[in-house]
Design a protein around this ligand. Structure first.
Ligand code: ATP
Ligand code: MG
Length: 302
């Protein structure tokens, strides 16, 4: 298959600062790909390219990468991460799940959590949920703010001001990262309410999937519209040229995976990375090492 990306994913990129309507984004869109089998071929090809490129990424140590996944429950974050990263060397990748913050985290600036785990050059950090929860779940449940150490001015200025100020902090943080050679890829897996219901029912009907279900899931589902609104505003306010949001259709898991794999692969390819070259003055030493090894009889010098 050609070494270019497979989908026209410009349609998934959130335009910076432009009003966004999630209703315009079809969760069951599949870019004309007929079925699971066709998508699988594309995914496998990308997974193998990703593995090869991550090796160079690791060896060259020029860039770091953060890949963020945000979504409603059961949109497929976990399985997308598992499939897309299935070929990479675990040594160069760390996955961080952002659950409800601990007290240690809650009493600090909300960007302390990602700052503690910023990836080193050559490595990839995957955020399964992220600091964006601070303008999503916290926005939908503003009472969570009561346990956070906001300043009196912040409390006085009201909720609207708090979200705007957090969007600005996030934009600044990501700009700083991008300037320091950290790529920031942000995926919103866009599942429909109908498909979420179907997946929850599967989790309840299949005993082996029961563990994935939590009563909290139903409570949050009841707040669907509030979440959609929080997502819409957040996506429009924090998508930037340097760190754009991609809205990935998520009603067909096979398409979600193929699409995410293709975007990551294509982003890595655009860096044109190469393995580090040995400086000329060390090349002679390598030749000498080679000569010595070849001189050993049968590979055994005992
Ligand atoms: P799963 O697919 O296993 O359900 P999950 O990401 O939903 O994965 P859970 O343990 O079910 O993991 O949920 C984590 C919860 O933590 C989510 O409901 C999320 O909204 C919440 N959370 C994450 N960050 C924050 C935060 N900053 N403040 C409050 N709640 C948060
Ligand atoms: Mg959950």
């Amino acid at each position: 298959m050609a070494n270019t990306h497979r989908f026209d994913y410009s349609r998934f990129v959130v335009q910076p600062g432009k009003k966004l309507h999630l209703a315009d984004h079809d969760p069951s869109y599949t870019a004309g790909i007929a079925d699971k089998e066709a998508a699988k071929e594309s995914l496998l090809e990308d997974v193998s390219q990703l593995a090869a490129m991550q090796d160079v990424f690791w060896a060259s140590k020029r860039y770091a990468m953060i890949i963020i996944f945000q979504a409603m429950d059961a949109a497929g974050k976990d399985s997308t991460i598992r499939h897309v990263m299935s070929g990479v060397n675990p040594q160069g990748v760390n996955v961080y799940s952002f659950k409800a913050p601990t007290e240690e985290e809650r009493l600090r600036h909300f960007l302390w959590r990602p700052m503690r785990v910023l990836p080193a050059a050559g490595t990839i950090a995957i955020f399964n949920r992220s600091y964006y929860e601070e303008v999503l779940v916290v926005r939908v449940h503003p009472s969570y703010l009561e346990t956070q150490p906001l300043t009196t001015t912040e409390r006085g200025q009201g909720l609207g001001h708090i979200w705007q100020s957090r969007y600005a902090d996030i934009a600044c943080f990501e700009k700083m990262l991008c300037e320091e050679n950290t790529l920031v890829l942000k995926f919103f897996l866009n599942v429909s309410r109908k498909e979420q219901r179907k997946r929850f029912l599967e989790r309840l009907e299949n005993h082996e999937k029961n563990w994935k279900f939590s009563m909290m899931d139903l409570k949050e589902r009841a707040l669907w519209d509030d979440y959609q609104q929080a997502y819409e505003e957040m996506l429009a306010a924090t998508s930037t040229e340097a760190a754009p949001w991609y809205i990935i259709p998520a009603d067909r898991k096979w398409f979600t995976r193929a699409c995410v794999a293709d975007i990551i692969t294509s982003r890595l390819r655009s860096l044109h990375l190469q393995y580090p070259k040995v400086p000329a003055n060390e090349a002679a030493a390598l030749e000498e090492a080679k000569r010595q090894l070849q001189a050993e009889k049968n590979g055994d010098d005992s």
